[in-house]
Design a protein. Sequence first.
Length: 105
Amino acid sequence: MPGGPSRWHPSSVQWINTILRTVKSKSLQRISIYPFDSLQETVGQVIYQEWRDLDCLLVQFWISHSIRPRVTYVAQEGQKGLGDHALSLLPEVTSKGLVDLVKAT
């Protein structure tokens, strides 16, 4: 509504973190993530921290379930994609080679 209060919209990474924290299955075999946020939104410190939280969760899933997550992202033409920012957004899983980053075509 123009001129009205702005609404807060959670990022896709926040939703992913929330969902992964609720997983209780001992038979979990695969994690496939499709973040829908534009990486331009990752500039904010809150969103950056959400990616770092996701990084920690993915490491925990690797340790507890030996699951290698797959993160599929869209890189819009003329913009950097997740692959270009992965080392800063997901430093643990990328530096240890524990994630498959896939650019959607």
